[in-house]
Design a binder for this molecule. Structure first.
Ligand code: IMP
Length: 433
């Protein structure tokens, strides 16, 4: 195996950061393929927390190439801030970073329009609950063919013309949503800042698609890192409560311009329970003490926004959909330890809608909102030993839970994570083997 995609199987925040970090040991290059600073991967290395938003989690392994794919939307200031923080920890010192020149750029007006639009939608009761990082508006500009790309940051006249063109279209909308139009001074500062960021990033910019293709042709191990989760996919997720990019495994090929025949394996990441941030139906949501207990035990607060995540029982219809959409051939189960101490654990094995049992979520948002989970209840377990390295080291009920989920999902587990540290992992198979 030389090309492996790692993708979230649920609504994001599945613990992809830790899994990508582990798999990077065997990779030569790690490629982030979608989204922008809406993602946040919290990594714990020797007790110290590192949060990455744009740069792939593989960055913790010095010398491994870290690529930002053309399908991303990049906020240059956020990127520079992140580069600074990582460099202060001694990382990214060897020219590891490659920023795809075809990736789109998030500028302050994207965040401005998103904020006023979400505020207005809130009062109308139909807020998406976005991360307000400008993701949607930047992808809108891309689809409308007026987007600013990374390469444009090096061409002042082109950048100015594009900003002007975008503001022509957006200012009336900003005013319509009750916002204030930016002043000429603000706009000129936005442009100057973007040009300055472009100059700093210049040595890191390049042709990401070509580099990935060459790495693959040379038989190197390339790991694609998905952001968000499969159910937040723009085409196949729980629309309209989704992000604006292709989060499923196919998005990796699209972002890198890599043919799907080159991909060898897709590993999905699922938590032992479910979480969701922002709006949208969530049938297994626990709006009670158990939900709060899981939130606290799992540290379920957004890595980017700090928002408390909605917590619920593992949702197999949603997981099956994620498995199908990304063609997962292996799964990593994370945060099993978070459920320790609960007297019993529930799992939604199906949904019921109008008397009919469904094995995957209905695609209509109203139907999804009405679907009732069909739960099965399993016994809980006590603490998981910190040194559990094999499934046989788990308490019997925890092992039964893992085996049952694997059977229900229909995909073998390639690892089970029992704590945030690298070592707190039960490795079952190597995706690059
Ligand atoms: P956006 O990506 O900021 O446009 O937000 C759209 C939806 O995706 C909202 O419900 C967000 O909470 C959700 N979302 C975006 N990024 C993430 C993520 O990294 N983890 C979990 N949810 C996310």
């Amino acid at each position: 195996m030389s090309v492996v995609i790692v993708v979230g199987a649920q609504w994001g925040d599945e613990g992809k950061g830790k899994v990508v970090d582990l798999f990077t040991e065997r990779a030569d290059a790690v490629v982030r393929y979608g989204g922008g600073a809406n993602a946040g991967h919290t990594l714990v290395i020797n007790g110290a927390k590192v949060v990455t938003r744009l740069i792939p989690s593989g960055v913790l392994h010095p010398g491994k190439r870290c690529v930002l794919g053309d399908g991303m939307v990049i906020d240059p200031h956020s990127l520079l801030e992140e580069i600074g923080q990582l460099r202060a920890k001694g990382l990214l010192a060897r020219g590891e970073l490659l920023v795809g020149q075809g990736a789109h750029v998030i500028l302050p007006y994207h965040k401005l329009i998103e904020a006023v639009r979400e505020d207005k939608a809130k009062s109308a009761g139909r807020m998406i609950g976005t991360t307000r990082r400008g993701i949607g508006p930047a992808y809108e500009a891309k689809a409308a063919r007026r987007g600013v790309r990374v390469r444009d940051l090096l061409i002042p006249a082109r950048l100015r013309a594009l900003v002007e063109q975008n503001l022509d279209e957006l200012v009336p909308l900003i005013l319509h949503f009750g916002g204030a139009a930016p002043t000429a001074d603000e706009v000129s500062k936005w442009i100057d800042d973007a040009l300055a960021a472009g100059e700093t990033l210049r040595p890191m910019m390049g042709d990401a698609s070509r580099e990935v293709a060459h790495a693959v042709a040379a038989g190197k191990h390339v790991l694609f890192e998905g952001a968000q989760g499969s159910l937040l996919d723009l085409d196949h997720g729980t629309y309209p409560y989704v992000t604006s990019s292709a989060t499923i495994a196919a998005g990796a090929c699209q972002s890198a311009g890599l043919g799907p025949t080159k991909v060898d394996a897709v590993i999905g990441i699922t938590k032992a329970y479910a979480t969701r941030v922002g709006g949208g139906p969530f049938p297994t949501e626990l709006d009670d003490e158990t939900g709060e207990r899981i939130r606290q035990a799992g540290g379920e607060f957004g890595a980017v926004t700090g928002r408390p995540r909605r917590c619920g029982w593992l949702d197999l219809p949603a997981l099956r959909l994620g498995v199908r959409l990304s063609g997962m051939d292996g799964l990593a189960l994370t945060k099993l330890d978070v459920l320790s101490g609960l007297p019993e654990i529930k799992v939604a094995i199906a949904y019921k809608l109008d008397g009919v049992e469904l094995d995957e979520p209905p695609m209509d948002p109203d139907d999804m909102g009405r679907a009732e989970p069909v739960f099965t209840t399993m016994p809980g377990w006590g603490p998981i030993p910190k040194d559990a390295r094999d499934l046989s080291d788990l308490p019997a009920s925890a092992r039964h839970y893992v085996e049952a989920v694997e059977r229900w999902a229909g995909v073998p587990f390639s690892l089970v994570s029992v704590g945030p540290e690298r070592a707190e992992t039960i490795a079952i198979s190597d995706p690059f083997a």
